[in-house]
Design a protein around this ligand. Structure first.
Ligand code: PLP
Length: 440
């Protein structure tokens, strides 16, 4: 093999080179086949090699691939924004296009702060977020992220610190009902707002289902309804980070739809273009846009590739595909089957403490002691070992290491394309079982 100069996640390690993909399968140049059991990074939600998307990509490229958003709009961008306004709940009608989830959450952070400035309340500039959360790797997004491992090298540069913890039903106090646990966790937000002072708080950000920092941790009913009430009471904007959960992944169009809660800002990425091109978005309410329009008239954010027609055409084709094949509904149905199969594994194998999830976003959490739920030390990297074994057997799954010693142990995310069939789920489960047995 010729020497590689690509900076890869693990320096010095050789990675297989991919040749092509079709549906839920990827093939490397050595002829090995992999089940994409995590849709890459919970991204390739319509599967690989979809012809319609490739055709839309080519059709747009023949017309024009790039125009700068300060000069032009394009049909693709206009149509996509209209479609997102139809998909999104409430008055979330306005889309700011970016190219990654980190840009989307950081743009949401900036818009929230700007909104309060335009309202004549510039001290409302702090963002409250949660431990065990991930909102992105750029500094503003990382400031809001409660992912200890990813924060620790850059602590001096991070503006905000997560203030509260999200609900973690597997580890709730045993003598507490789920209902009161949900309220107690949500009420932590009220305490945090009062501590900082409501006149200092611009927004609260949360993932509807915790992804990379905990592994498909689903909040109990009542949690997000109470969060919405608290945000309204103290005039704090609610940002739903739907980068991982959005566009059908959890079996509804957006994660917050499970609880009928409408945020003020919502971020999308990953499944929005299903990995066919970099594309992400910050979706904003009428009230915020009207306020800024009447005020300075311009949002202080943007990137060179924001709103480029090529990515918009691809994302439009992906959303059309999701609608045409009813993939949101399929994610709910097949996701329920996937979770049932994962729960069987959890019953059978001592290493698995919890199997959980919503729609096609599921996870297994590994524990040292199933009875006491004692987590593994992070240095033991049990999730990482399962991921490696699964990889060797031709199954891709995704890490969700909480990075908080003694709180969140190792978990792995299982989130295949929403197109996966029942037989393919069985095939996935068989390989996963072999991988866990090989580690325990
Ligand atoms: N927000 C959430 C909820 C995510 O899961 C991620 C990535 O995993 C991000 C933001 C950051 O997205 P990106 O990696 O595209 O910058």
């Amino acid at each position: 093999m010729t020497k590689s100069y690509v900076i890869k996640p693990e320096l010095g390690k050789e990675y297989p080179v991919i040749s092509h993909g079709k549906g839920i399968y990827l093939y490397d140049k050595e002829g090995n086949r992999y089940i994409d059991g995590s849709s890459g990074a919970v991204t390739a939600s319509i599967g690989h090699g979809v012809e319609e998307v490739a055709e839309a990509m080519y059709a747009q490229a023949k017309e024009v691939s790039f125009v700068y958003r300060s000069h032009f709009s394009s049909d693709a961008v206009e149509k996509l924004a209209t479609k997102l306004a139809e998909w999104a709940p409430g008055s979330l009608n306005w889309t700011f296009f970016v190219s990654s989830g980190s840009e989307a959450t950081e743009t949401a952070q900036k818009i929230a702060i700007q909104y309060w400035q335009e309202k004549g309340r510039p001290t409302k500039n702090r963002i409250i977020s949660r431990w065990m959360s991930y909102h992105g790797i750029t500094m503003g997004a990382l400031s809001m992220s409660g992912h200890v491992l990813r924060r620790k090298r850059f602590t001096p540069l991070l503006a905000d610190y997560p203030a509260i913890t999200g609900p973690y039903p597997y580890r709730k106090p045993e003598d507490m009902s789920l209902e009161s646990y949900a309220l107690a966790c949500a009420n932590e937000l009220e305490t945090a707002i009062l501590r900082v002072g409501p006149e200092q708080v611009a927004a609260f950000i949360a993932e509807p289902v915790i992804g990379a920092s905990g592994g498909a941790v689903v909040p109990p009913d009542g949690y997000f309804q109470r969060i919405r009430e608290i945000c309204d009471k103290y005039e704090v904007l609610f940002i739903a980070d739907e980068v991982m959960t959005g566009v059908g992944r959890t079996g509804k169009a957006f994660g917050v739809n499970h609880w009928g809660v409408v945020p003020d800002l919502m971020t999308l990425g990953k499944g929005m273009s299903a990995g066919y091109t970099p594309m992400a978005a910050t979706i904003v309410s009428d009230e915020i846009i009207e306020t800024i329009t009447k005020g300075s008239g311009s949002i202080m954010a943007g990137h060179t590739y924001s709103a480029n027609p090529q990515s918009a055409a691809v994302s439009l084709a992906v959303l059309d595909y999701v609608e045409k094949h009813q993939l949101v509904e399929k994610a709910a149905e097949q996701g329920a089957y996937l979770l049932a199969r994962l729960k069987e594994l959890a019953d059978e194998l001592p290493l698995i403490g919890d199997a959980r999830g919503l729609g096609m976003l599921c996870a297994l959490e590994f524990v040292k002691n199933k009875q006491t739920k004692e987590p593994f030390a992070l240095s033991q990297g049990v999730g990482g070992k399962v991921i490696q074994k699964a990889f060797e057997k031709g199954l891709l799954i995704y890490p969700a290491m909480g990075g908080i010693e003694g709180v969140a142990g190792d978990a792995v995310i299982i989130s295949p394309p929403l197109t996966i069939t029942t037989e393919q789920i069985d095939e996935l489960i068989a390989l996963l079982k072999e991988a866990v047995i090989a580690v325990q």
